[in-house]
Design a protein around this ligand. Sequence first.
Ligand SMILES: Cc1cc2nc3c(=O)[nH]c(=O)nc-3n(C[C@H](O)[C@H](O)[C@H](O)COP(=O)(O)O)c2cc1C
Length: 362
Amino acid sequence: MSHNTFGHLFRVTTWGESHGPAIGCVVDGCPPGVPLEAIDIQRYLEKRRTGQSRFTTQRQEPDAVEILSGVFTNEAGQQVTTGTPISLVIKNVDQRAKDYSDIKDKFRPGHADYTYWKKYKIRDFRGGGRSSARETAMRVAAGAIARKVLDGITIRGALVQIGNRAVDRSLWDWDSVDSNQLFCPDPATAVHWAEYLDEVRKAGSSIGAVIEVVAEGVPAGLGAPIYAKLDQDLASAIMSINAVKGVEIGAGMGAAELTGEENADEIRIGSDGEARFMTNHAGGILGGISSGQPIVCRFTVKPTSSILVPRKTIDQEGHEIDLITKGRHDPCVGIRAVPIGEAMMALVLADHLLRHRAQCGG
Ligand SMILES: Cc1cc2nc3c(=O)[nH]c(=O)nc-3n(C[C@H](O)[C@H](O)[C@H](O)COP(=O)(O)O)c2cc1C
């Protein structure tokens, strides 16, 4: 299976399956001299980890990351990157392959089972194998290294909608995102969401969500006007996350409802002599190149396909059957998609920062 590598100069290759012995990645192209300890990566993995609340799957994976290569202790006694490939590994410890034995020849509706079978004629049915979102732990790990390259850039994500229940943006408080289990920027809404998600979970169902990721402090100039547009690469990276069905930048789909006057981000000169945009409908990207404004990306995650409500499907022999997907599943995968979205934003920006320096210097 190819296409497991992502990025041009900051390149990430991930490997491993949901129920294999381990998952891992190789980050190649990271500049030398970047201070890097496992703990720097672990803090982001903690955010994505399972089994931490009743709203995420009860699979208990400690997700302890180990750095196998690409770092060395410098003369000052600090562990830093050497510029060689950084290899990371996380052991899988809570695999229960038997949870999946009764679906080994059945195609779960909404999953990748049918398309994998059609394409490869062989399928690791244990937890979805390579199509499982277990792989995204390595994106979060690689994203933690990318953040270190993005000195001075802040990347934050939040859950902004569950089902048809959106946050009240007038109450947005970034500080509250990490203080509730739903990564909700509005604590009052978080309480209502929790009650709603309990109902969804008890009904054996699931629900979709919208996540917003914002990067601040991005210098103007990252990206390119034609085939490496920053918004194009960002959309591709975010769309590669499991269960993502829609991506928008800035005003996004809402731009269809705006007039030219409303949508134009007017420009003035600030007291420092630099350009000041009066609005940010462009989401920080104009002509594929960052403008210096915050980069704003939203994406929609579909409801978890594994539900306890019977659904119609077929098996490998072509029989029509009804299927209930047992096992441990998130009622709303959008929650854990927040740190994954942040990581993909970091990876795209790190790659574009290095590409910008390679062409334009600075
Ligand atoms: C963090 C995260 C956890 C996920 N966990 C599950 C899960 O427990 N059950 C499930 O049916 N899908 C889960 N998914 C979604 C599937 O991985 C995904 O729907 C499947 O691979 C098919 O790919 P597609 O939805 O992108 O077409 C998860 C997605 C994410 C982002």
